[in-house]
Design a binder for this molecule. Structure first.
Ligand code: FES
Length: 294
């Protein structure tokens, strides 16, 4: 239901209230006839143009005063100032807005695999941390999803970002239901078909056991969980030592050197939560297990 002018609250000065008033007025105008709506639209466009030009001239003047420039930049932390100047195209979108816009572009593809991505932190001047969630979390192809999808999108939208870090996820693909479709291929795998290396024959892999392979200067740990194949660099996150002789107990790989424990299915370190095994992307073509080095 649209509001009448009398119903509108007195002028407010916080962003939410101001936007609410604009919404209420737009609701009111939407009920008018076309001629009236066009007149209001034209008036709004003219006022917008006048305000834009006034702000543009003001900013130009302020920029000539180094001391005032600092105050101008500082004023952008005010929601109302920032929103109005953004509306007029007089300030660039914030880094956070651009990162979110970048993530939006890859979300549809991640969703096709039951996954998603979320922004965890911006670490100025050039790094961000993101988290893959849903089926993308713990997926052996997560490295590829990150580099070919998420990272590319962020770099396109935010050239100043040169480092995209991956935070540990919250939910694992394996815990989201055993009937999920084959999950070892990244939704971005097709976009980057080069660089895959044969690592093993599918029938060499035993459920929940480790298989060590040397490929192109990498020592690899491979394992299989149902249709999912995982691949890690054979280097303990503690001192980087090989874990060929490590024991697997109930899905936990125990380093033979100082007993750091890892979930074999996700690479997560159970001894020190802040580290994990380095994951490589994996795909299975027929009886060939291929990896792409991170
Ligand atoms: S090197 Fe693995 S626990 Fe120390």
């Amino acid at each position: 239901m649209s509001a009448s002018p009398e119903q509108l609250s007195p002028p407010a000065n916080d962003l939410d209230s101001l936007l609410h008033e604009i919404d209420a007025l737009e609701g009111l105008v939407a009920g008018w006839d076309e001629q009236q709506r066009m007149t209001v639209g034209a008036l709004r466009t003219a006022i917008d143009a006048l305000n834009r030009e006034a702000f543009r001239r003001l900013i130009q003047q302020v920029k000539q005063e180094p001391a005032a420039l600092g105050a101008l930049k500082g004023s952008l932390s005010d929601d109302v100032v920032y929103t109005v100047l953004r509306h007029h195209g007089l300030v660039k979108a914030s880094l956070e807005e651009r990162i979110e816009a970048a993530l939006e572009t890859v979300r549809p593809q991640l969703a096709t695999h039951g996954g998603d991505v979320e922004l965890v932190a911006i670490e100025p001047p050039n790094a961000v941390t993101v988290r893959l969630v849903g089926a993308c979390d713990g997926c052996p192809a997560a490295g590829l999803t990150l580099s070919e999808g998420v990272e590319k999108a962020i770099r396109e939208h935010c050239p100043e970002i040169t480092e995209v870090r991956k935070a540990k996820g919250g939910t694992s693909a394996s815990s989201s239901g055993g009937e999920h479709v084959v999950s070892f291929v990244s939704p971005f795998a097709r976009a980057s078909d080069a660089g895959w290396t044969d690592a093993a024959k599918a029938d060499e892999l035993r459920e929940g056991e480790i298989l060590i392979k040397e490929r192109e200067g990498h020592s690899l740990i491979l394992s299989r969980f149902g249709s999912r194949v995982v691949c890690y660099e054979n280097a303990c996150a503690h001192l980087g030592m090989p874990m060929d002789m490590g024991e697997v107990r109930n899905g936990v790989l125990v380093c033979p050197h100082h007993a750091f424990e890892y979930s074999l299915e996700s690479g997560e370190c159970l001894t020190a939560k802040e580290v994990q095994l380095q994951t490589h992307a994996v795909r299975v073509l027929g009886d060939r297990v291929q990896v792409k080095f991170s």
